[in-house]
Design a protein around this ligand. Structure first.
Ligand code: GRF
Length: 209
């Protein structure tokens, strides 16, 4: 316990492409006195992402890095890795980052990249997960925090939260209730990671005590 107190806070980078509400929730929780991590960097592939602007306004190092400025995905990711190393990042949290992570980043940060998805994976991976859930007629959906692997929304699952679907739900009302759960569950997964309680065994994440 005492050792935990003495550990420096874990160093998190958030990658985003849009609104950035998950980034804000993670950042807010990182300011709590008991938090075991800090957001040390925000990266976006979109110059005009509102989340990037929010991060800048908070005084965080916040950079736009455009994949199209590089000859290949590998070159783009090598640049990201250089920036991440410069900021001594230990964990990358994808939060509405609309790109598939490539081999270079995965190799440099094995089991050190998380994502949040607005459905109970493995159901409804990919785009428009809330609409997929509504259209399918399921009564329960939710959100999932998982480690990122080479697939789309396919890596080992860390935490999930369920959300009931009402008959009157639209994509907007359902998305809003899922988002409230996302904002609660992502920082919990990050705290578990930095408290050394997450262990990846094959497809499974074991949460230790
Ligand atoms: C969230 O619904 C998240 O689950 C998905 O993209 C959305 C990002 O929202 N991956 P925000 O930018 O964090 O507000």
């Amino acid at each position: 316990m005492m050792n935990n107190q003495l550990q420096p806070p874990g160093r998190v980078a958030v990658f985003l492409s849009g609104r950035g509400s998950n980034f804000e929730a993670i950042y807010r929780h990182s300011l709590n006195s008991g938090a075991n991590f800090r957001v040390v960097l925000v990266i976006s592939d979109q110059a005009l992402a509102p989340g990037l602007r929010k991060a800048k306004n908070l005084g965080l190092p916040a950079l736009a890095v455009f994949p199209r400025s590089f000859a290949s995905k590998s070159d783009y990711e090598k640049m990201l890795i250089a920036i991440l190393e410069e900021h001594r990042v230990e964990l990358i949290c994808l939060a509405g980052y609309m790109r598939v992570v490539g081999a270079d980043l995965l190799e440099r940060f094995p089991d050190r990249i998380m994502n949040i998805h607005p459905a109970l994976l493995p159901a409804f991976p990919g785009l428009d997960a809330q609409r997929q859930a509504l259209d399918s007629g399921v009564k329960i959906t939710g959100c999932t925090v998982h480690f990122v692997d080479a697939g789309v929304d396919s890596g080992p699952i860390i935490l999930q939260r369920a959300v009931e679907i009402n008959e009157t739900d639209s994509v907007e009302t359902l998305s809003q209730r899922i988002l409230e759960q996302e904002h609660q569950v992502y920082f919990q997964a990050i705290e578990l990671f930095f408290s050394g309680r997450l262990q990846v065994r094959g497809r499974k994440v074991i949460i230790g005590v």
